[in-house]
Design a binder for this molecule. Structure first.
Ligand code: NAD
Length: 274
């Protein structure tokens, strides 16, 4: 193939706006309109993907149902708490029954007990550690395992998860979640190595801080937003839409050569030294 021939802009014009047309995407982690998963879902929807959402429990069901209804059409919405294996099984069985295959999996969820996200890291209990690592890192492995046969039926796929700089730097109060994100990023690489032969790509977006429900759980979160605004090369915080567009890119065939990667979408904050 000639270098860049299929990316000729003139050739692409006809398909602009339909980067993921015909692809089927399962989106895990929408809680409300501020959720990063919602930003990715909107970008995928705009570019022609069919969507399927989960909601964690009854508490968030109505918010998610209202958002999804706003997209129009018949979009499935299934309860799934990743700590309940029977719900994970049921979700993927439902996807298999209705769609038969899957192209895109967005894993945008994490949790650590609030008390573990303040004060000093060395006070983390085993229970807090296990909870954070199970929900925030192991769930990616579990979902990737469930997605594999469905993505094989599609001839390949793209799995995208969300991480944060706290995996490689000591960020005040992020504590055990930093350890969970380090495990998540290592899992991305191992999963990419395992699933690559099946043409399944696995990548993480390392997002800058965004004011979401999960972020509010981190003590002193507003001061993190302020520091990024002052120090990031772009002198501002990243938007939900910018993270959404990176999710879209990773999900699309434009990223067909990228796997096992952590892509920073943080207005450049992570490159700054003193
Ligand atoms: N907001 C930020 O500043 C930021 C920055 C970098 C990375 N992230 C990551 O982005 C992802 C999405 O978080 P967000 O900021 O959009 O917040 P959010 O609160 O909108 O989303 C978190 C989601 O995790 C889900 N969740 C938690 N425990 C679950 C469980 N047991 N089973 C199923 N779902 C569960 C919640 O229901 C919620 O939908 C997380 O992995 C988070 O760590 C966030």
């Amino acid at each position: 193939m000639g270098y860049g021939c299929s990316w000729n802009l003139a050739e692409r014009k006809g398909s602009m706006g339909q980067l993921v047309a015909g692809k089927k995407a399962l989106i895990l982690g929408v809680a409300n309109k501020r959720s990063i998963a919602w930003g990715i879902a909107q970008a995928l929807h705009r570019e022609g993907a069919s969507l399927w959402f989960n909601y964690q429990n009854e508490r968030v069901k109505d918010y998610v149902a209202e958002l999804v209804a706003g997209l129009g059409g018949d979009i499935p919405l299934t309860e799934c708490d990743v700590m309940k294996p029977e719900q994970v099984d049921a979700l993927f069985e439902a996807v298999a029954a209705r769609w038969g295959s899957l192209d895109i999996l967005v894993h945008s969820l994490a949790f650590a007990p609030r008390e573990a996200l303040e004060g000093e890291f060395y006070t983390t209990t085993l229970e807090q550690w296990n909870t954070a690592l199970a929900i925030s890192a192991y769930s990616l492995v579990l979902c990737a395992r469930q997605a594999k046969p469905l993505m094989e039926k599609a001839g390949g796929g793209s799995i995208i998860t969300l991480t944060y700089l706290g995996s490689e730097r000591a960020v005040k109060s992020y504590n055990v979640m930093g350890v969970a994100k380090a495990a998540l990023e290592a899992s991305v690489r191992y999963l990419a190595a395992d699933l690559g032969p099946a043409n399944i790509r696995v990548n993480a977006i390392s997002a800058g801080p965004v004011k979401t429900l999960a972020a509010k759980g981190v003590s002193g979160f507003s001061s993190i937003l302020k520091v990024v605004e002052e120090k990031a090369p772009l002198r501002r915080n990243v938007t939900q839409a910018e993270i959404g567009n990176t999710g879209l890119f990773l999900a699309s065939d434009l990223a067909s050569g990228i796997t096992g990667e952590v892509i920073f979408v943080d207005c450049g904050y992570h490159i700054v030294g003193v």
